[in-house]
Design a binder for this molecule. Structure first.
Ligand code: AMP
Ligand code: MG
Length: 318
């Protein structure tokens, strides 16, 4: 735990009002969403946005997701095609990010989009985040509230542990309900492309769009955050296969292990516990001097796809 800790704000009217004031003043506030905690700043304030990149150690070529209260606010910063509108109407508010053409008069600070002609937008469902967006009255840029390349935060304690006083305040609304980041889609007339597996299961999206074109090639420039190594704990993570002596063993379903993602073998529960279990496994491994953390590969369906994606990237050697 760092020596200097940020202010922890309760997720009540007073806490939300204080968070909104800080954000309007160009400060950084870690905010609860239904996916993971976000590191928020006023998306129209270039100095504030620069602080996000500095606090996370995030490379400037990796653009941020902009959070807005509703579809009409999204229309002020992006061009919403009929394909995009159908997705927005089906899944907003929720764990879906849409990459859309940036409107010429969007008013966003240029680093938000890292110089791209598109912008990633989400309308979150978390009631505290929604109240905050209403009170700030400006779009909020918010990547996940963790140091770049490391595990995402699903509790206020994870945020403090990772970012310390690089963030001015944390609005603490307890653990996140979904536990993995949003699904990212780029809707096009010729077919919607999947840029990141996430908290909205692919099956639910394909029921509306038909088959998605997956574009998950690690390291591709179009989704710069899809880096090969990402979400990594400070101890090597080994994916699949039999555990070796001394490893911290993470399980799924019945069976012997140190920590279990879901004893019932439930993928939604595994998603919401994923980052907590990985944070705990990391602490356990450091404490015991374990050589690695062994994690299972989960079924490729529902949120299992997003979990496997995170585990795959987290286990890629640095
Ligand atoms: P994070 O908020 O940390 O989950 O990261 C945001 C993700 O959105 C990263 O993978 C970014 O690369 C991706 N992203 C943001 N803006 C765009 C964009 N305009 N085009 C493609 N991907 C984007
Ligand atoms: Mg992230």
């Amino acid at each position: 735990m760092p020596d200097q800790v940020p202010t922890i704000l309760a997720a009540d009217g007073d806490g939300i009002a204080r968070a909104a004031r800080l954000l309007r003043d160009g400060r950084l506030v870690a905010v609860p969403t239904e996916t993971v905690y976000g590191l928020a700043a006023d998306a129209t304030n270039e100095t504030a946005v620069a602080r996000i990149f500095a606090a996370k150690g995030r490379p400037g070529f990796n653009p941020l997701i902009v959070h807005v209260p509703d579809l009409s606010a999204a229309r002020r910063i992006a061009t919403v095609s009929p394909e995009a509108e159908a997705l927005a109407r089906a899944f907003w508010p929720g764990a879906l990010t849409l990459v859309l053409p940036l409107a010429p008069d969007a008013g966003l600070a240029p680093p938000v989009t890292a110089g791209l002609s598109t912008v990633a937008i989400r309308v979150p469902a978390h009631p505290v985040m929604r109240a905050l967006l209403a009170e700030v009255g400006r779009p909020l840029a918010a990547p996940s509230a963790n140091p770049s390349g490391r595990m995402s935060a699903t509790t206020a304690a994870h945020v403090v542990d990772g970012l310390g006083d690089a963030v001015d305040a944390v609005l603490d609304a307890g653990p996140c309900a979904v536990g993995v980041e949003s699904t990212i889609l780029a809707p096009r007339p010729e077919g919607t492309r999947l840029l990141r597996e996430g908290g909205l299961p692919r099956e639910a999206i394909e029921a509306i769009t038909g088959p998605l074109t997956a574009d998950l090639t690690p390291g591709r420039v179009e989704a710069p955050g899809q880096m090969e190594r990402h979400y990594a704990p400070r101890v090597p993570l080994r994916l699949g296969g039999a555990a070796e002596a001394g490893e911290v063993v993470v399980g799924f379903g019945a069976g012997d292990c140190d920590l279990n993602l879901s004893e019932a073998g439930d993928l939604d529960e595994a998603a919401l516990r994923l980052f907590s279990v990985l944070h705990e496994a990391e602490a356990m491994a450091l404490d015991r001097g374990a050589p690695a953390i062994r994690v299972p590969r989960l079924p490729e369906k529902g949120l299992g796809r997003a979990i496997n994606d995170r585990l795959q990237r987290a286990s890629t050697p640095g």
